[in-house]
Design a binder for this molecule. Structure first.
Ligand SMILES: [Zn+2]
Length: 272
């Protein structure tokens, strides 16, 4: 190709590019729509909650069996239960952003539905109405806000054989709906652990023996023992029904008579 043709094409391209840049600058300075978008954006910039929309984790397995049996559910359940407050806050922020993003979009649609006087705007300028609107729409699209509306946790599980000959890896991810599910499951577990049913389930034979041993196999109120023909009970000092825990400090040995006399009553200032 002739060098002069190349130079001509390049010159034309540069002129077109310069013209386009000048047009963009003009539109940015004169568009009421873009000015309105800026105002709306400024309002919502402080409303939308900023956060990174993803987290990445890596789990290295110590053997192939662990890799094969890797349980994604229990991994995420543990991770989320250990950071429950943070993930609950994150779900709240997501819902907040979704709610205000809808309102933001409605405001933007209202802006777009406004009829501006493009004719008079371009009457005294170098730019056509058509190009003005094209640039305006492109800039509008480019400058709208994109707050985080979803959250993804990615996990890579891998195993490398001792000599490094075999490498295995698999990926999985969960989204905000899954996170919400795990948060709710964690809340259920916490609720159960605070329940009387769970506290009663903690009363094992081993613990019972520990209490009897500590109290020298005697009723801590009247001193009766099995030798006196009295059956010994292990009793919750603060009853489970009143939030008492099944742990050594809340357990004591009572004979059947003292225990039945006491029932589920609890007097915080005195004998129970
Ligand atoms: Zn007794």
């Amino acid at each position: 190709m002739n060098i002069s043709i190349i130079i001509t094409i390049l010159t034309v391209l540069i002129i077109i590019y310069a013209y386009y840049q000048k047009s963009v600058k003009y539109v940015k300075q004169n568009s009421i729509l873009l000015q309105n978008l800026l105002n709306v954006n400024n309002k919502y910039k402080t409303i939308f909650k900023p956060f990174l929309p993803f987290e990445k984790y890596h789990q290295n397995c110590t053997c192939k069996q662990q890799y094969d049996n890797f349980n994604k559910d229990s991994y995420f359940m543990t991770m989320i239960s250990e950071n429950l407050d943070r993930y609950n806050a994150l779900i709240n922020d997501l819902n907040h952003n979704k709610k205000y993003y809808n309102i933001y979009q409605n405001e933007l649609n209202n802006l777009l539905n406004n009829n501006f006087d493009y004719e008079s705007l371009s009457r005294n300028s170098f730019i056509s109405v058509n190009l003005f609107q094209k640039i305006e729409r492109a800039e509008f699209k480019k400058n709208r806000l994109h707050p985080p509306l979803e959250f993804i946790i990615e996990l890579c599980v891998s195993y490398t054989s001792p000599k490094g000959q075999n490498r295995y890896s698999k990926r999985c991810s969960i989204n905000s709906n899954n996170i919400l599910y795990y948060c709710n499951e964690c809340a259920k577990v916490i609720e159960y652990k605070q329940s009387a049913k769970y506290q009663r389930s903690l009363m094992t034979d081993k613990l019972r023996y520990q209490v009897l041993n500590r109290d020298h196999h005697r009723c801590v109120i009247c001193g009766a023992s099995a030798k006196d023909g009295m059956k010994l009970h292990v009793d919750h000092i603060i009853p489970v029904s009143k939030g008492g825990k099944t742990e050594l400090s809340n357990l004591r040995t009572l004979c059947e008579r003292c225990n039945l006399g006491k029932g589920a009553s609890y007097n915080p200032n005195g004998y129970n």
